[in-house]
Design a protein around this ligand. Structure first.
Ligand code: PMP
Length: 437
């Protein structure tokens, strides 16, 4: 077995640097629940969840068993060649969990980016229109359409030209753009931006869809106000524009619901899923109203591997596990616990400008003197480095890298979570003391 430093040296020689390392030079050999074991045999608490993928835990026994059983039966045939039960069963399950206001249909893909690509292709065919409206702070993947819809330039610099007919609005972040307005006036002002966009960016009858994350993921765990989502739904309906919710990071129990949009009581026309759907196997989905999904002509969507039998078996087992262990309720509990700790920490540390989130999708934003216009990215880099020294793996977020986000597996034990929060707290206080000195 190579050591961590040998493995990292080999990686640097064999893998291009463009495949970035977002959490320092960490290795992993195996994982279980919320615990990682690195190549040196050291144990870590994982608050990254492999970027929000293992809500149901690392190597959960039920998921592993389902993959092993499926592997012995059928590894691949391709859904365009022959119909196999795990694909159909997973689509049926997703249609019943996420009914989209009526009969729903589902297609399966391999990743979040692919789900986004396909949702846009379906929306364009369903409306006969081409334009797409998206938001600042958005992350929708690294394929050409995904990257074009993504906001942060660090993920796309030098990769253009990007896809045309994309228009971007500011994400309705009350913390960053609230300007002291009451929430209802803020929401109205932000909705007006969309109505104005139809006059000054792109005519409404050319807009196929608005795509947004109900809670920004990579953008820093900013929930869109419920009133905004309700108003957006109404404006879309009035103008024949489809609403696409990207739930790739916020879905499957992370916010205490199957979908983050449920918190606002809205239903999108289409939604995109990946990450925790497969508990670690590469799988994504587009779910939507049946008549919208069926607007895509045969042959225009799909692919060789989408809905691979192993990935479908894993997803069915992961969903079963989430249901029988009520991970939605556990996410709400984790969210409360983490939120309380972060709020207490905020009172002690003037670098913490905001604590926010939905369910267990919780983050802290660091700014000099709590001023949203003075992001403290280097402080977060130093805090996360200290956490790693004490074997707690946590990810940053946001265009300035000044946000700490918690994406722990929802199977994390209370003792592990408390210890990880202690480590975060002492790291924050140490860095804050250093910054003040
Ligand atoms: N949408 C959202 C909201 C995401 O968070 C991500 C991944 N971070 C993607 C899409 C892209 O997913 P993938 O990396 O599986 O292509």
């Amino acid at each position: 077995m190579p050591t961590t430093s040998q493995l990292i040296a080999r990686r640097k020689a064999a893998v291009p640097r463009g495949v970035g390392m977002f959490a320092g030079e960490v290795s992993v050999a195996d994982a279980s629940g919320a615990t990682l074991t690195d190549a040196d045999g050291k144990q870590w608490i994982d608050l990254s969840g492999g970027i929000g993928v293992v809500n149901a835990g690392h190597c959960t026994a039920e998921v592993v068993r389902a993959i092993q059983e499926q592997a012995a039966k059928l590894l691949h045939i391709c859904i365009h060649v022959a119909t196999y039960e795990p694909y159909v069963a997973l689509c049926e399950k997703l249609n019943s969990l996420l009914p989209h206001g009526g009969p729903a249909k589902t297609m399966l893909v391999n990743s979040g980016a692919e789900a986004v690509e396909n949702a846009i292709k379906i929306a364009r065919q369903a409306t006969g229109r081409s334009a797409v409206i998206c938001y600042t702070g958005a992350f929708h993947g690294r394929t050409m359409m995904g990257m074009s819809l993504t906001s942060k330039t660090g993920y796309k610099a030098g990769c253009g030209p990007y896809a045309p007919e994309i228009y971007r609005l500011p994400f309705p972040s009350y913390f960053h753009h609230g300007d002291g307005l009451p929430m209802s006036r803020f929401v109205e002002r932000e909705l007006q931006r969309l109505r104005d966009a139809f006059l000054s960016y792109v005519p409404k009858n050319q807009v196929a869809a608005v795509i947004l994350e109900p809670v920004l993921g990579e953008g820093g765990f900013v929930p869109a106000p419920a009133g905004y989502l309700q108003g957006l739904r109404k404006i879309c309906d009035e103008n024949g524009v489809l609403l696409i919710c990207d739930e790739v990071q916020s879905g499957f129990c992370r916010t205490g619901r199957w979908a983050a949009y449920e918190h606002a009581g809205i239903v999108p026309d289409l939604s995109t899923w990946a990450k925790s759907l497969g508990a670690g196997m590469p799988i994504g989905a587009v779910v939507g109203k049946a008549e919208v999904m069926d607007a895509a002509a045969p042959g225009t969507i799909g692919g060789t591997y989408g809905g691979n039998p192993l990935a479908c078996a894993a997803a069915l087992a992961a969903i079963g596990y989430m249901e029988s262990n009520n991970l939605n309720a556990r996410a709400a509990e984790i969210g409360e616990r983490v939120g309380r700790r972060f709020e207490t920490l905020k009172k002690k540390c003037s670098l913490i400008a905001d604590v926010r989130g939905l369910g267990a999708m919780i983050a802290m934003e660091f700014c000099q003197d709590r001023d949203p216009s003075r992001p403290a990215g280097p402080a977060v880099t130093a805090i996360l480095e200290r956490c790693r020294e004490r074997n707690v793996l946590v990810l940053p977020a946001g265009a300035h890298g000044n946000i700490i986000r918690v994406l722990s597996p929802l199977v994390i034990e209370d003792g592990q979570l408390n210890h990880a929060l202690d480590v975060i707290e002492s790291s924050v206080m140490a860095v804050a003391a250093g910054a003040a000195a």
